[in-house]
Design a protein around this ligand. Sequence first.
Ligand code: NAP
Ligand code: F7E
Length: 473
Amino acid sequence: MFDTKTVKSRKYLTLSCQVSNNCCTFAHRKIIKGKSMKDDTIIKSLKTIMNRRGITQRELANMIGKDETVISRWFAGKVGISSSSITLLESALGEKIYDDSNLKRALITGVTGQDGSYLSEFLIEKGYDVHGIIRRSSVDYRERIAHLEGHPNFHLHYGDLGDSMSLVKVIGAVRPDEIYNLAAQSHVQVSFDSPEFTADVDATGVLRVLEAVRACGMEKTCRIYQASTSELYGKVEEVPQNENTPFHPYSPYAVAKLYGFWIVKEYREAYNMFCCSGILFNHESERRGETFVTRKITLAAARIAQGMQDCLYLGNMSSLRDWGYAKDYVECMWLILQNCKPEDFVIATGVQHSVREFAYYAFKHAGIELEFRGEGLREVGVCVKVRGNVSKTLVGKELIRVSEDFYRPTDVVNLWGDPTKAKAKLGWNPNKTSFEDLVKIMVESDMAKVAGEGVAAKVRTNLAEYLEKGIVK
Ligand code: NAP
Ligand code: F7E
């Protein structure tokens, strides 16, 4: 049903991914290339048919024009079976080997983003049929999900949160049991430059999703997760923040997200819909966008340690955040929708650090010991010691400087979440990945990426320069 209308899959990775700056390592490509719950079902069903009809592996291979080793690898669980292979098998055998009509169906907006990619993996592993909405773009931006494309339980559809008709069409065609609305203009600083666009996607976009569900007559059957944010607490009125802390949004992004939060609550009460908000505190990963402060730091630490960048420019280093690991947080999105009643939850680690501390530990993992000297715009991070392969010539150099370009008109400086409710009601563990481990995961990934960039590094030079000089915020 979806094959004709969905976006054409590209089998695994292309050159764009090798030159990409965003992850797609062999490690996580393997997750999906390996066996999933669905593959188990297919293999079982295939073996039953072969036994019943006395078909050998070699005969099956001949029937579908593939090498026998391909079949052996499927049976050994070394590779997954793609949707085109299933179609081939079913037409050669003349009978169905897999019926996915009973699978739970999830629709993810923002599937190409950091969270969307982890959530897709998580739901596929849980046995869901996962559908994602993507926007048309003239460049390749599907690097975070490239490893999922071609998987039989992963489908993409064109749509946009600014285009109601596209949402109605996709929701009506997929008829999901669960919608995860992750799509957003998610950069706080960019929201000052593009406030109207941010409001359209992050505020009205939420309304469009809710209305599309109603237009498709699915308000009683479809559960909806809304990606809300700790930015709602903004100019904070108490620390730490929990579900009862008053909101005080402090950027166009936060004001738009506040509308999203309230409209979800309104539809829950007005129409009895199962729709909830996860008030997520900052969560990072090796797939985080490069202009968010953590990834900007880990990438710069890796580049500086390998002699490919001279200095990192940052804004307010005293800003405090409760940083968690994105991979752990997507589990919570799912748990929120499995809860017996629709409720909003704060998702955080309960541990707080400054941007300065993040930078200190990131550089340390990259082999560079920093000492911070001076204050405000004059503060610098000076290299005092190096380890491993890092050049000794860095010692004594100012590797971090402050640039006014990265200061925001209004900045949120004291976010610290209290995850007690999520722990108690959802059984979620907020401390699966520690702050130290998060920094290590991100630095190690960027060290490997920078080391392996080779030709690609040249392609990305412009962006590196932009980041360093502060042209891209
Ligand atoms: P992200 O990496 O910036 O991803 C945002 C996603 O939204 C991308 O897939 C993007 O698509 C899509 N998108 C943007 N505008 C769209 C539109 N008009 N129509 C359809 N899709 C659109 O964000 P993230 O870090 O994964 O965060 C996921 C969600 O959680 C966001 O709503 C964010 O505001 C919220 N949140 C994030 C954090 C955090 O710390 N990460 C914390 C709290 C809340 P393209 O690839 O086409 O740009
Ligand atoms: O900034 C300070 C900056 O851009 C964190 C989004 O996912 O989390 C994210 O929003 C802090 C701020 O994330 C630089 O001023 C200093 O105080 O990494 P960030 P964010 O603004 O917290 C929330 C929960 C979301 O919902 C958002 O979608 O770091 N900072 N120097 C800097 N920030 C950036 N980006 N770049 C700097 O050079």
